[in-house]
Design a protein around this ligand. Sequence first.
Ligand SMILES: [Zn+2]
Length: 231
Amino acid sequence: MNNKPSHCPSADMLVEFAAGSLETAESICVSAHLHFCPHCRGTLHRLEQIGSHFMEKNCEAVSHRASQSSGLENQETLLESVMAKIDAAGVDEPAQTTSPKGQFPPLVNKLIAATYEKLNWRRLSKSVDVAGLKTGQNKFEVALHRICAGGKTPKHDHRGLEYTVVLKGSFSDEKSVYKEGDFILRQPGDTHQPMGAQNGECICLSAQSAPIKLQSFFGSMLNGWLRIRPN
Ligand SMILES: [Zn+2]
């Protein structure tokens, strides 16, 4: 059985992560996914190698440019030569190729420790508990969600972006089944109704750029509770 995550961040998002240009909450979610995903760790390693080769060659080009007049031509050929060199040399694999099982990513444990003396769940609906996390930013609300075994969450849509990383167990919705390590991005307007797996609770890390909007009558009663903040 393949236990590797099958839902990953886009290549563009990994490039932004490597460049340090993602929002803090988005970086937290990508970091959590990397904890479980050897494929994305390998991609990130390759991006870092390209970055360091590029920096090295760029420094050489700057020093040469002082004595040569064909600076623009050098700039155009620089990236090609770096890429060719990396392809010819091959790419070292990162040392760790297996994913640790049954452990939260260290970054998530640090966020929990920074927020609570111990993890403090509160009831969001009959099947879902939530524990907000302090992350030092306010563009996204970052939280852990726990869905009980076989529990159905209220059907809801999204007014903003929502990133979800499965940390423990699995859940499904109308589109797919999501297991440990999977990275899911919901766009504004997406509607879904997640359901916890029958064989155990599911815990997810989530980052929401705006509160979700519940669709059912019962859900509408919960809407006022959905701004998720740590106590
Ligand atoms: Zn991945």
